[in-house]
Design a binder for this molecule. Structure first.
Ligand SMILES: *Cc1c(COP(=O)(O)O)cnc(C)c1O
Length: 418
């Protein structure tokens, strides 16, 4: 099985004649269609809303597209809040799901009218001090232990720094109610990049039961449950993608089984997806510039881990297509590398690919989320441009590439000192 890029070799050549590689390019049509599927899958829930996790793809053009599709944003820093505000997101379309939060950021979140999601019980006092307790408030829950779907362990919440324990979330609700909060939300993120239609329904069951219990124990009104992120995408071509309609139905069944009988059928379901919304709709496009035959066969490209960190950081697999060689046999084994002086700067290790010639254009798949965003400047490498393939087939630049002037811009009086 293979993954089909959303641009052809001819299209890539046309784009490259204007915008040199490397660059990230996003597929507007794919993004919109996927956002519509998500919305439809949860249309049974009156208050449903997706708060796009800005950290995945922090680009205003992308945020505006998602805004047009009815999404809000999920932020966890000042810059993300500011970008959301500048893009026209207003209360209640911004969620502030941060952790280890500085006072000023709570203050700013409150100013822009974000729904504040408290990661820790100590943040109640901080929030009260810096901006007062808002009427609508959310708390993040961490049940500890391991998180399993049937018998498979999916992740380890007990090792995760996020969220409040069961006792803490009850105490937090009681305290927040005393301090004037009226509308409560519950948030939890228990497994990352799940390729399983069971993740959200399993999480929903846990949170719906918790909501019923908390309502009884504390008497608060729970207005929404935020299933957060974690619905993943198959980075390898052998895996079946999640079916968002099946996921939506699974959550609906849990909702009707647990919340409706408890008289809590008015609860809105929120999501904070990042990867699922964007990953498949981004490519990192790069050119083969070097081949090296030593103890292994290497292909050097003009992108590096500074443009896409996931392989270096997590050993993540990203599928590669050599444009124009889609149907050529994969009879060569390569390490595809960037230029960093770090041996983990490899987009692929021992990957079977068609024979690569210098100048070949290479598409690295599924870079639309947590791709450009995780970029950095090690070795003085610069961040690339971001482009948008629009629905009419035209291509626009939505962020220019960095220049060395950008790289030096934060050095005070640099040129005077040397
Ligand atoms: C990262 C993050 C998300 C998005 O996660 P994805 O895996 O990209 O869906 C959502 N909510 C919070 C609080 C996060 O930290």
């Amino acid at each position: 099985m293979s993954k089909i890029p959303f641009i052809t070799k001819e299209k890539a050549e046309e784009i490259i004649s204007k915008f040199p590689t490397p660059f990230h390019i996003y597929d507007e049509k794919g993004i919109r269609e996927n956002a519509r599927r998500l919305k439809e899958a949860f249309s049974w829930n009156k208050g449903f809303k997706e708060y796009f996790a800005v950290k995945a793809t922090p680009n205003p053009t992308i945020l505006k597209i998602l805004k047009e599709e009815g999404c809000g944003t999920d932020c966890s820093s000042y810059a993300e809040l500011l970008m959301s505000k500048k893009c026209g997101f207003v209360n209640p379309d911004i969620m502030f799901s941060s952790n280890d939060t500085p006072e000023e950021e709570f203050k700013y979140a409150s100013e822009v009218g974000a729904i504040i999601n408290l990661d820790d019980i100590t943040h109640i006092d901080m929030l009260e001090k810096v901006c007062g307790i808002p009427e609508t408030i959310c708390c993040r829950y961490n049940p500890g232990g391991t998180f399993s779907i049937s018998t498979t362990i999916m992740d380890n919440p007990g090792d995760a720094k996020y969220g409040m324990t069961r006792e803490q979330i009850r105490d937090a609700f009681i305290r927040l109610k005393e301090l004037g909060a009226k509308e409560f939300g519950i948030h939890s993120f228990l497994a990352s990049n799940t390729v399983s239609n069971e993740y959200y329904p399993t999480l929903a069951r846990i949170l719906f039961k918790l909501a019923v219990e908390l309502k009884e124990e504390t008497g608060v009104h729970i207005g929404f449950i935020n299933l957060s992120g974690g619905v993943g995408v198959p980075y390898t071509p052998d895996k079946e993608p999640n079916d968002i309609y099946v996921i939506g139905q699974g959550v609906k069944e849990a909702f009707e089984e647990i919340l409706v009988p408890a008289g809590m059928g008015d609860i809105s379901i929120f999501t904070e997806l990042g990867r699922f919304m964007l990953a498949p709709y981004g490519h990192l496009v790069t050119t083969a510039i070097h081949e090296k035959h030593t103890h292994k066969e290497y292909i050097g490209v003009d992108a590096c881990a500074a443009n896409l960190m996931r392989p270096a950081m997590y050993g993540a697999y990203h599928h590669i297509t050599v444009l124009g060689k889609e149907s050529a046999p994969c009879d060569h084994m390569y390490d595809v590398t960037g230029s960093l002086c770090e041996n983990n700067d490899k987009f692929a290790i021992d990957r079977k690919l068609p024979k690569i010639d210098m100048g070949d254009i290479i598409v690295i798949h599924d870079t639309g989320a947590h791709g450009f965003a995780m970029g950095y400047n090690y070795n003085g490498r610069l961040k690339s441009a971001e482009l948008l393939l629009r629905e009419d087939g035209s291509v626009i630049e939505i962020r220019r590439a960095e220049t060395v002037d950008d790289y030096f811009a934060t050095l005070d009086n640099y040129w005077n000192c040397i």
